[in-house]
Design a protein around this ligand. Structure first.
Ligand code: CP
Length: 323
């Protein structure tokens, strides 16, 4: 595997899940595979889970790991071609990328949407430059549009906890005071459409996700109706994807106070099939979800985060095998 961006990159999902559960039995069984290989994890944005779980996964595989916080200690990077670099940016990404590639065997990159230009974000211009100029396999650690390591961990968690062969999985938008990216809901939708689940998305009008990710999944604007009989509730905020409202791309459409009844609480959970609650974290309590729901025994936020180590091992293992 040379690039990990979309669900199709991992190959057949049933085989990837089998691999994940095998690794869960013994997460150090491939510790010789990464000997004398180096993973470089490059962060343009903050992280807790992705940084720690991916670092741990690489170490489990016997790899050396270099973590770079671009905004803390590295030269400030210019990303646009044609710019006269007379400002505060001392280095261009087009030199920095091959240099970084020369010190490692596999590169992971986190670079969020900038919300300046929808086309730039959805064309993944930063990550595409890493793919083109690093000379190394590149995996996405949350980009402008996708967060596949998270979606894979979410799927592993659903497989572990499902009580029926084909569970109903509801992804719900929830209120938030700031404009958040669409990467997590995009990837979750993309992966759920391939997984063997009944998938429903619910959000207020204007928050329609890009068709390349949501496809023909059922969209239900009535949140309570969407929750009926759900086995898993996956909550997430996202800003306007600019699909039905192109001029509002990357914006919060209304003051969040208007949408506080979308906060996942016992009221919505009461109409589910005793659903498990899921969220990728970090989560703002009593905005996205109430204390009671996230602390309930049915909440899976901690095992879900723990499975990030497993999804990262599977991905890194596949990349090591392709070197
Ligand atoms: N879920 C997730 O990616 O968490 P971090 O932003 O802390 O890495």
């Amino acid at each position: 595997m040379k690039v990990f961006q979309h669900v199709s990159d991992i190959g057949p999902l049933d085989e990837a899940l089998k691999e994940a559960f095998n690794i869960k039995q013994d997460r150090y069984q491939y510790e010789r595979l990464g000997r004398h290989k180096t993973a470089m994890l490059i962060f343009f944005n903050n992280s807790l889970r992705t940084r720690l779980s991916t670092q741990k996964a690489a170490m489990n595989l016997g790899m050396n790991v270099i973590v770079l916080d671009v905004n803390q200690g590295a030269w400030k990077l210019e990303t646009e071609r044609g710019v006269i670099m007379d400002g505060d940016k001392s280095e261009h990404l087009l030199e920095a990328i091959p240099v970084m590639g020369s010190y490692c065997d596999i590169i992971g990159v986190r670079s969020f949407a900038r919300f300046e230009n929808r086309q730039d974000d959805y064309e993944e211009i930063i990550l595409q430059q890493f793919i083109k100029y690093s000379g190394r396999p590149v995996f996405f650690m949350e980009s402008a549009t996708v967060h596949p390591l998270q979606a894979f961990a979410d799927l592993i968690t659903i497989e572990e906890y499902k009580k029926t062969e084909r569970p109903k999985v509801v992804m719900t938008w929830a209120p938030h005071p700031r404009a958040l990216p669409q990467a997590v809901p995009n990837s979750f939708a993309e992966w759920m459409r391939v997984a063997d689940v009944e998938f429903v998305v619910t959000h207020p009008e204007g928050y329609e996700l890009d068709p390349q990710f949501v496809g023909d999944a059922r969209v239900e604007y009535d949140q309570m109706k969407a929750f009926e009989g759900a086995d898993f509730v996956y909550a997430k905020n996202w800003s306007c994807p600019g699909v039905t409202l192109p001029d509002r791309y990357g914006q919060v459409l209304d003051d969040y106070h208007k949408w506080m009844d979308w906060t996942v609480s016992d009221r919505q959970m009461a109409v589910t099939n005793n659903a498990h609650f899921m969220h990728c974290l970090p989560v703002r309590r009593n905005m996205i979800v109430t204390d009671d729901v996230i602390e309930a025994p049915t909440s899976l936020v901690i095992p879900e985060a723990a499975n990030r180590e497993i999804s990262a091992i599977v991905v890194l293992k596949k990349m090591l095998e392709s070197l």
